[in-house]
Design a protein around this ligand. Structure first.
Ligand code: NAP
Length: 538
């Protein structure tokens, strides 16, 4: 490809929050020629694909949005505390139109592979439409939870009814009226979907492998005075969430749970339970993620709530987690989840205790030696998180290296934004960055701004190649693993630990640094200020 002409300055893969802002930033700030490829038929990314009943964001709407457009922060009115999937999609369509993004986006086009050419220092990108284009920079804005995990259940093909995965739900919706429905999985997605499906279905059978600790979302209209106050304080809010631990306005109680009196603890727990949302998870006692004894106190509170809500004590015990520390799996927020199991039409099958799902049959699901007859199965079985979407791109870096091989034992990245040997590739909210342990738009904007500044720096200084140094990368990997090893997170079989996919190497996927999102931002800024320390620039 020596002397190859360059079609684009940058190719961006994905038109969700990340790809949209990346395009906006590179095109409108730096004047770059950019092409975005998107497999969906429009913008939205995760919010385009995940259309299951009850799909909504678990972060409060006033912070689950772009902050680069200050005027839009004032103008946009979210209808509820947590935005519902169609509303987020409307919001993103509005942003696309407002910033004229679609003219540089090509929809219904999946990137099938890309190779870095070491002679021209360009990426050649191929799509399923037969195109082959070159670009100096390649930005993977593919999302952290976009590669569906559909377990290979024996007999699935024989099922005579209909089946769906939540992450690829039909756009026209599914009518569950008078149907016998099975839901497989009880993660954050299923916790949102189950109460909604139960309202329609004749019978709902939930196949649970691992019970979850749910906290009420307490969705609803937001007090107009609060909305007004937030709008007046948006600069302050943005500053605070950028500097915070999780990209949210939740702060740890600066005290050990073990030091508080039982009455004081109960008051603090009640406060967070009554407020709903992520406060119980991300704003609890500061040792909750570190000390099992402290963690047990938080868990016990939630267990009591389950026992109080679920009328059948046998069902309640099945719904109570018993083999991992609270908060080490993603906190699901619920609206009537536990109450749903009080309905006569809803049955809980503890698939793990009964030896798991044995097979899918013509008529339904066999678990624990019993066949459950179903008309529809909904698989809420999650994703091959973080590394899955990147591996699926079939990237080839220097010397033809692949992520499959480089990441055979788990992800190896520098700052979660680059991979040594894959020059000029940037991974927005990639593995080993705060990403999924933060409010995503905050982390997305931080990465996009950093990449934009980096490319601006390269252009100003006449450089055409940036590559992470293997040694800096290994130091980062060691730091990511060391910091998480001090927490309880590594003890759970969570998707954070890559434990949801058979054969996936056990590794912690995001980054949980000692100062969270704010500290990570500082680290990235320092790297840039020190002449992109840890990178080779040529
Ligand atoms: P998930 O958390 O990975 O849950 C998947 C569920 O399927 C788990 O209960 C899992 O059991 C079960 N499962 C997987 N393979 C199975 C098998 N072979 N047999 C039986 N059960 C099986 O996936 P998710 O609920 O889709 O959520 C993924 C992430 O998406 C969340 O953690 C969150 O970050 C994000 N999300 C965000 C929102 C939001 O804010 N709007 C909403 C939903 C999801 P085990 O627990 O035993 O693995």
């Amino acid at each position: 490809m020596a002397g190859a002409t360059q079609d684009f300055d940058a190719v961006v893969i994905g038109a969700g929050f990340s790809g949209m802002y990346m395009l906006k930033s590179l095109r409108d700030k730096l004047g770059l020629k950019v092409r975005v490829y998107e497999a969906g038929e429009t913008v939205g990314g995760t919010w385009y694909w995940n259309r299951y009943p009850g799909a909504r964001c678990d972060s409060d709407s006033y912070i689950y949005c772009f902050t680069f457009d200050k005027q839009l922060l004032q103008e946009w009115e979210w209808t509820e505390r947590y935005p519902e999937q169609p509303e987020i999609l409307r919001y993103l369509e509005h942003v696309a139109e407002r910033h004229d993004l679609k003219r540089d986006m090509q929809f219904n086009t999946r990137v099938t592979g890309a190779e870095f050419d070491e002679k021209s220092n360009l990426w050649r990108v191929r799509t399923d439409k037969g195109e082959s284009v070159t670009a100096r920079y390649l930005v993977a804005a593919v999302g952290s939870l976009s590669h569906t995990n559909m377990p290979q259940f024996k007999g699935l093909q024989s099922f005579k009814g209909k089946w769906y995965h939540t992450s690829r739900f039909p756009h026209a919706g599914v009518d569950f009226t008078n149907k016998r429905v099975g839901v497989v999985g009880t993660g954050a997605t299923a916790v949102q979907a189950i109460p909604e499906i139960a309202q329609q279905a004749k019978q709902l059978i939930v196949f649970q492998r691992t019970a979850n600790y749910c906290v009420p979302a307490r969705n609803g209209k937001v007090d107009p005075d609060l909305v007004k106050a937030r709008k007046a304080d948006y600069d302050g809010i943005v500053e605070r969430i950028r500097d915070s631990f999780f990209g949210q306005e939740h702060y740890f109680i600066p005290k050990s749970a073990l030091e508080a009196t039982p009455e004081e603890r109960e008051r603090e727990f009640d406060k967070r339970w009554d407020a709903g949302g992520f406060g119980f998870w991300l704003g609890n006692y500061e040792d909750m993620f570190f000390n099992k004894e402290a963690n047990d106190l938080c868990a016990d509170y939630l267990k009591r709530k389950i026992r109080r809500t679920v009328k059948d004590p046998v069902v309640a015990e099945k719904l109570i987690p018993n083999d991992y520390a609270y908060g080490t799996k993603r906190q699901p927020l619920d609206t009537n989840y536990y109450e749903t199991f009080n309905k006569d039409s809803v049955l809980l099958v503890d698939a793990k205790a009964d030896g798991g799902i044995e097979e899918i049959t013509e008529k339904g699901i066999r678990a624990g030696g019993k066949e459950y007859e179903l008309d529809i199965i909904v698989f809420a079985t999650g994703f091959d998180a973080m590394t899955g979407p990147l591996k699926a791109l079939n990237l080839r870096g220097r010397g033809g290296r692949t992520l499959d091989k480089e990441w055979a034992h788990g992800p190896h990245t520098y700052l979660g934004i680059s991979v040594a040997g894959f020059p000029n590739l940037f991974t927005i909210t990639g593995p080993q960055s705060p990403s999924v342990l933060s409010n995503m738009p905050v982390s997305i904007e931080q990465h996009v701004d950093w990449v934009t500044d980096c490319i601006a720096h390269m252009r100003k200084s006449g450089k055409t190649v940036i590559d992470a140094l293997p040694q800096a990368q290994e130091q980062w990997v060691a730091h990511v693993n060391e910091t998480v090893s001090e927490t309880l997170m590594t003890s759970a079989n969570s998707w954070y630990m890559s434990a949801n996919i058979p054969g996936k190497p056990r590794a912690f996927l995001p980054y949980l640094g000692p100062e969270g999102v704010g500290g990570y931002r500082k680290k990235c800024d320092e790297v840039a200020a020190n002449g992109y320390e840890g990178f080779e620039l040529k």
